[in-house]
Design a protein around this ligand. Structure first.
Ligand code: HAM
Length: 424
């Protein structure tokens, strides 16, 4: 009966919430002209070992398959997207705007906002190196969150740039082969006590003060074009320059960002950035394409929505107004069950969602069940067969028509012609 730590069961309400999240996100990304892709859940471990690295390496669900291959259940999507782009980019016009929704697996310590299986929406814009692409992606992540009724008081995009950090490293003599390790320490800086972090930076010949001063400088050299474009879209209030963001994944090159709740109670809601060398690296230099993307996870997004009353109400209203079943067929006479089944089948073939009682139960109970399912129409099969009674919700009068004509009446939902139907 026990579920593994960090994994979730999705009962109907949980599933409805997850569907609400991803159908809302899907609507927004489609409005930005993104098209859906997907890749395999299992990849060669080598893909992550050689290209992804960083914090992910200690979190992989990896094993040897029966063919003796080292494989990994995907911990993220970007390496898969890079591999897919490298394999067949020539078939697609640039920029390629790809999105996907899927499950990912990381052997992380289970905590609030962090699980071992989670879902992500990933959006990637491939083949465009300009700041316009960065701004488009940032606008998209902002609009994704605004679609839930979240505003600038609820979340902020913290914008940074890895190029600025590389320059910082060069100016302070951090060796090229140490830079990734140094950036990992910057990424982890907020999680450890200052003394410990200072010792780690000292290894690279950099003081904690230098790092703090750089973060505080809010040097805007790398951000002006992006910020201008966001301002033109009326979205600048959602973005804040924060050089403290470097991202834990090794493949990022220029612009990087993370999205946080304004109350600073939750883990990152989304994260992403530019990875201009990854496709080249995955294809051993054969394909050179710049790219930028982000991932939004369902766990923290769900937590944030529940804590913002406007967003929570919007979600619960959407869940409550989901259509129930369209037609509930009430079997008033048990000896008419076969005819009822014929009608159920007919209506389903017409594309209606239809339910009925599988067991023999009292007619009142069947009506109650129809109510629980929020059925739009009640159809009663009884001794009048091949005529059936039908009723549009409790507020409408019941009518009678031939079962063969029923689908047509329900489809048009017109007031029914008197020669075909007689009121009860
Ligand atoms: P990431 O920052 O590792 O980036 O993940 C993006 C988001 O996924 C996080 O902000 C968080 O909401 C969610 N997430 C990550 N790990 C977990 C976890 N263990 N439990 C729950 N949620 C989690 C990436 O994955 C990049 N591949 C994103 C990207 C796409 N970059 C470019 N394109």
């Amino acid at each position: 009966m026990q579920i593994l730590p960090g994994f979730r069961d999705f009962y109907p309400l949980d599933m409805a919430k997850r569907n609400y999240l991803f159908s809302t996100l899907r609507r927004v990304v489609l409005s930005y002209g993104f098209v859906e892709v997907d890749g395999p859940t299992l990849e060669s471990t080598d893909l992550y070992k050689r290209k992804g690295g960083g914090e992910l390496m200690g979190q992989l669900y990896q094993f040897m398959d029966k063919g003796g291959r080292e494989v990994t259940i995907r911990p993220e999507m970007t390496l898969t997207v890079a591999r897919m782009a490298a394999r067949s980019e020539k078939h697609y016009r640039k920029p390629m705007k790809w999105f996907s929704i899927g499950s990912f697996f990381r052997h992380e310590r289970q905590q609030k906002g962090r699980l071992r299986e989670f879902s992500q929406l990933n959006c990637d814009l491939i083949g465009e190196a300009s700041f316009a692409a960065d701004a488009e992606l940032l606008a998209l992540v902002i609009d994704c969150l605004r679609a839930f009724g979240l505003g600038p008081h609820d979340f902020v995009v913290r914008l940074s740039n890895r190029t600025a950090w590389l320059r910082f490293c060069q100016e302070r003599g951090v060796r090229v082969d140490q830079m990734e390790e140094f950036l990992q320490e910057v990424d982890r800086m907020e999680r450890y006590p200052m003394g410990e972090t200072a010792k780690k930076f000292a290894k690279f010949g950099v003081s904690l003060r230098e790092v703090h001063d750089f973060v505080e400088s809010k040097d805007s050299t790398h951000f002006s074009e992006v910020l201008d474009e966001l301002s033109a879209r009326g979205l600048s209030e959602y973005v804040e320059v924060d050089l403290g963001i470097v991202r834990g994944l090794l493949y990022y090159t220029g612009t990087v960002f993370e999205v946080f709740d304004q109350k600073k109670c939750l883990r990152a809601i989304a994260g992403g950035g530019r990875y201009d060398q990854l496709i080249s690296s995955v294809s051993n230099g054969r394909v050179i394409l710049p790219a930028i993307g982000f991932g939004i996870g369902d766990v923290v997004l769900g937590e944030l929505i529940e804590t913002v009353p406007v967003a929570a109400e919007k979600m619960h209203t959407a869940l409550a107004s989901q259509p129930g079943c369209e037609v509930f067929v009430v079997i008033a006479e048990e000896n008419r069950r076969k005819q009822a089944l014929r009608l159920v089948q007919l209506l389903r073939e017409e594309g209606k969602s239809v339910d009925f009682s599988l067991g023999v139960i009292r007619i009142e109970k069947q009506f109650r069940r129809a109510q629980q399912l929020r059925a739009q129409y009640l159809v009663v099969v009884g001794r009048e067969w091949p005529q059936v009674k039908f009723q549009r919700s409790a507020f409408h009068e019941a009518s009678v028509c031939s079962y063969e004509k029923l689908a047509e009446h329900l489809k048009t939902d017109h007031p029914v012609a008197p020669n075909e139907v007689s009121n009860l």
